[in-house]
Write a protein that binds this ligand. Sequence first.
Ligand SMILES: O=C(O)CCC(=O)C(=O)O
Length: 332
Amino acid sequence: MKNGQEVPAEEVALKAHSPYGHADKDSKYLLEVVYRQGYVVLTDCIDAELLASVNARADELYAAQAKATPAETEQPESDGPKQAFLTNLVGCGPQFQQLLGQPSLIGMVTSILGEDCLLSSASMRDVHGGSEEQVIHTDDLLYAGREDWFKRPVPRQLSLVAAVAMADQVASRGTTVLFPGSHMWEESPDTVQAPNFGADSAAYNEQMRNWARKNKGTDAIDVEMKAGSVVIWLGATWHAGGAYTAPSGDTRRVAIFNFCRGIFRQQENQMAGITHEQAADMPKAVQRLLGYTMSDTGLGYSGGQDPAILLGEGGKALLADNTKRTARRRGK
Ligand SMILES: O=C(O)CCC(=O)C(=O)O
């Protein structure tokens, strides 16, 4: 227990048995850690061959992006020129689908957000020398109105991120900065002081660090990890992408998979960004995460039917799973 909120130990015990194949004993331990700290690192999660093929495809896509007209590559002002993004990763090649579908990663995600959770967004972030620290934030800020609906500390997480280290993650090259235990704080950075996203992040972040030290006795940590590791942080956890302060060195590359509960809208509109034909060729676990399964509460049908039907032959395996799940839920 920390800061007045119980770690939901019963959830840990009940949900450690994932049908996605994560080793049970490890899952239970990792879940305890994530509920206690607000984040957990899964080491050696992705093998070198898959990392290499994802990196090679990402290099191709960045090269194509660089050739595009400046208007097309222009970044939003707050992102600055020292970083680059690929979005809609799942639609960019089977390598990314394989990365997303790693059983140990999905096992943890579904243990926390439920088996009907959704992929909210999938992006690659490359950070180059001179990049500033992002504004310290929480990802569940996306569900605005939480002062009324999702008052902190939230009893159940609304979302989480799984960030895959595509290269070694080093503090001086801008690895993720996280505030341990902050998912259980009543305050989020924006309620301590609303940020001005257009302004320099440094002064705001200094203010947040001082506030956390003074009021919670907490210092931020840098999540250093080897390529192939994955850090999962909860939607309520305070964090930022760090500053790239090293005078030289490799690009910091991270694949960021954002997940939300099945009852929420996805940040990146997966149904608009990926055609049914594309989705029909994807692994079942990925089809499910895109939204071709209804939520446990019955959200997400199409034409009054199971959305997996839209995938034709390619959706048959998922449809069979969905039918079994629905029958189980109805006690049949
Ligand atoms: O780059 C990171 O480690 C964190 C990125 C992040 O939090 C964001 O883009 O909102």
